[in-house]
Ligand binder design. Structure first.
Ligand code: GDP
Ligand code: MG
Length: 166
């Protein structure tokens, strides 16, 4: 099982925290390319039976400038080349325009989109269902994973699901 997985989400939802947790091997080759114009390979998860290359796509936000527009095009075209997309949100922050903009960009993608609801360590379990339902009302997800990138809850299950798919 091997393939490419893109992780998208507004700033501060916990993308880097998750990647730091799952990725053993950082990819240095591309790190000095301008992060502004490239979808950066963030690292590789390697297990005995699988290898998953994670890609960070920082350009997916409402464009304000010509450069933003270019970045958005570059980021969305990179999304068409991956095997699966992880859309990460934080249960601490209610759905806002940055989240819905990303959802809009994900409309055209053919790949499975997984919803990662991060920071579940910060809320009461009862608050989770309504939060998830608000997103499920927006689109169909291949699967939903409530996780804590910080504490690791449900992260092995997420990796197992990705391996299944790849
Ligand atoms: P990114 O901008 O999406 O890459 O977000 P970061 O990974 O930089 O995380 C932003 C902040 O959220 C940091 O202070 C993290 O420590 C915190 N954070 C990330 N994941 C979790 C989580 O699962 N639980 C809690 N409580 N905090 C988290
Ligand atoms: Mg980050």
């Amino acid at each position: 099982h091997s393939g490419f997985v893109a992780i998208v989400g507004r700033p501060n939802v916990g993308k880097s925290t998750l990647l730091n947790r799952v990725v053993g091997q950082k990819v240095a080759i591309m790190s000095n390319k301008a992060q502004t114009t490239r979808n950066k390979i963030q690292g590789i998860y390697t297990a005995q039976d699988s290898q998953i290359v994670f890609i960070d796509t920082p350009g997916i936000h409402k464009p304000q400038t010509k450069l933003d527009e270019f970045m958005l095009k570059s980021a969305t075209s990179a999304l068409s080349e991956v095997d699966a997309i992880l859309f990460m949100v934080s249960v601490r922050d209610k759905m806002g325009p940055q989240d819905t903009f990303i959802l809009e960009q994900l409309k055209q993608t053919k790949q499975p989109v997984y919803l990662l609801v991060n920071k579940i360590d910060t809320v009461h379990p009862n608050d989770l269902a309504p939060f998830v339902e608000a997103y499920q009302a927006k689109r169909k997800f291949a699967a939903v994973f409530p996780i804590s990138a910080l504490e690791g809850n449900n992260v092995p299950e997420l990796l197992a699901a990705l391996k299944q798919h790849l």
